[in-house]
Design a protein around this ligand. Structure first.
Ligand code: MTE
Ligand code: MO
Length: 301
């Protein structure tokens, strides 16, 4: 792969180097390693490593793209296609998301749209470039999902859960990593214009006051009690979010999206909500005193 074929603003890792990112080892635990499949499946299953390893293996050459901007093209992984394992467990109609959970100290997790996980040919991998996966790279077993930043590839796989509603993964929930994670679209962080550190702190404390978070992608998040006074939130996405009691006093929310959000008791005093969309939002006791409402929609009833 030449540099022209790298996704935007990625760089090649030094030749032969594979950085370790995130957790370095699985949880210390003497019990046998198992991988369970649960949730919306007709046949919930618990497989031992030996069971998984006895299934037919395939090889896939995969380009790794880490959100921290290094790429390592053309790594050969072998393992069991996720699709083969799911076929054994008989996924039910309503399943739309898949969550992977690690055997790690913080029960690290990540999730994908089920159709994406399958279309991208997610692999349950045991080896990389001909050798068993090193512990720090997810050995004995990890997932690898090509076509997504590498945080969607979980080290030390322990649990696969089929879900109707998404369950945000660890980095996605705590550090503001983009939930879609397509490197070709540069879907890195939910707020591209602040540093990852600032974003992580802001999400953790639910305090966005005064920050420039234009275009924030906070759909469907639980942000009850959010503090966001005087924040710059033009074009922000809060569709379906829980924002009960949120404080947006003086914030710039022009063209922001609040469709189907819960805004009970939210404070929009003196905020700019011009062009913002509120269709389907729950607005009981929301306070728009002194707000500029020109072009806002869905506030009529
Ligand atoms: N269990 C677990 N899986 C994880 C992580 C983690 O911290 N814990 N970090 C993710 C991130 S951000 C990246 S870039 C890759 C790193 O994999 P590597 O250390 O093998 O390069 O693992 C992903 N999977
Ligand atoms: Mo990453």
């Amino acid at each position: 792969m030449n540099p022209q074929q790298l996704p935007p603003r990625q760089q090649l890792a030094a030749p032969g180097k594979w950085p370790v990112v995130g957790e370095k080892a699985p949880r210390a635990d003497a019990s046998p390693w198992t991988v369970s499949v649960s949730g919306l499946v007709a046949r919930p299953s618990v497989l031992t490593l030996a069971d998984l390893q006895a299934m037919p293996h395939v090889s896939r050459v995969i380009d790794i793209h880490c959100v921290t901007r290094w790429s390592k093209p053309q790594v050969t992984f072998t393992g069991v296609p996720l699709a083969d394992l799911l076929r054994l467990c008989d996924v039910q109609e309503g399943a739309r998301y898949i969550s992977f959970v690690a055997r790690s100290e913080r029960d690290h997790s990540t999730s994908l749209i089920l159709a994406d996980a399958l279309r991208l040919d997610t692999l349950i991998a045991f080896t990389a470039d001909g050798a068993p996966l090193a512990t720090e790279h997810g050995g004995p077993v990890r997932t690898v999902t090509p076509g997504r930043y590498f945080y969607k590839s979980l080290k030390w796989l322990r649990e696969i859960v089929l879900l109707e509603h998404d369950r945000l993964g660890y980095w996605e929930a705590h550090a503001g990593y983009h939930n879609h994670a397509d490197p070709w679209q540069e879907e890195r962080y939910i707020a591209p214009d602040v540093s990852p550190k600032v974003l992580e702190t802001a999400l953790c404390t639910r305090d966005l006051s005064g920050l420039d978070l234009r275009g924030l992608r906070a759909e469907n998040r639980d942000l009850a009690g959010l503090r966001a006074s005087d924040a710059l939130l033009r074009d922000a996405h809060f569709e379906g979010a829980n924002l009960t009691g949120a404080d947006f006093a003086g914030a710039n929310l022009s063209n922001a999206h609040f469709e189907n959000a819960n805004l009970a008791g939210a404070n929009f005093r003196g905020a700019d909500v011009e062009g913002a969309a509120f269709a389907g939002a729950h607005l009981q006791d929301a306070d728009f005193t002194g707000a500029s409402l020109f072009g806002a929609t869905g506030l009529e009833s």
